[in-house]
Design a protein. Structure first.
Length: 225
């Protein structure tokens, strides 16, 4: 079975005020299907850049990015968009829900973008939301949901299409301890049940140790933590 994610010698550079910043310096990483990997590193170390590159939101300046065994390095922008749409789910620190849509409409959005009918998309979203304990909140807009509920809707949106890869950037960083624990438990459960490979950036060492493996980004390179 192909890796959910394979980074092979990935480099990423930026120019700022005439100076070249070498953020990723040949990153190697394999995430297997069903494996949950914690990504540690201090603020400014490049964790978000790594996630954006792995998620095909930014292009690597060198090396290869493979998602589900498919080399995405030479894909066109349109091909990268389709790969993101069908194979990658994202969860961010802030939920980024659309305020004018209900919980079920937000969760169903990736399936609607794929072309599923409203009924099909919302039925699949309903199943995931109910598994997250939100069956009684399906019609509520984000403003009527708690922070923890909003983030659970964001998690449902990320996994509803059963992607092969989930990328999360501080997914519980905006929540209080109790809500963070509940959201994190549900995220791990859904990922493991679906066999999704996951790379989760976090500053929380206690959460990181509950994942299958921990890696740390230091001076542009990954190492076991």
């Amino acid at each position: 079975m192909s890796d959910a994610l394979l980074l092979d010698g990935v480099h990423r550079r930026f120019r700022q005020a005439g100076e070249e910043l070498h953020i990723l310096r040949g990153v190697d990483l394999a995430v297997r299907p069903g494996e949950i990997v914690a990504l540690l590193g201090p603020s400014g170390s490049g964790k978000s850049t790594l996630l954006h590159t792995a998620g095909l939101l930014e292009r690597a300046d060198g090396g290869r990015v493979l998602v589900g065994g498919e080399d995405c390095s030479r894909m066109s922008d349109a091909q990268r968009t389709l790969t993101r749409r069908h194979r990658i789910g994202f969860v961010y620190q802030y939920h980024h829900l659309l305020p004018e849509f209900s919980a079920i409409e937000n969760a169903a959005m990736p399936l609607r973008i794929r072309g599923l009918s409203r009924g099909e998309a919302q039925e699949q979203a309903r199943v995931v939301l109910e598994s997250l304990g939100l069956g009684h909140r399906l019609s509520h807009r984000p403003a009527r949901l708690s922070g923890g509920e909003q983030q659970r809707v964001a998690i449902a949106r990320a996994v509803v299409g059963r992607p092969s890869l989930l990328l999360a950037d501080e997914p519980t960083g905006n929540l209080d301890e109790k809500a963070a624990e509940a959201a994190f438990q549900e995220l791990l459960r859904l990922v493991r049940e679906a066999g999704i490979g996951a790379l989760i950036a976090t500053h929380n060492l206690a959460l990181a140790r509950r994942m299958d493996r921990v890696v740390s980004l230091h001076e542009g390179l990954l190492r076991a933590a």
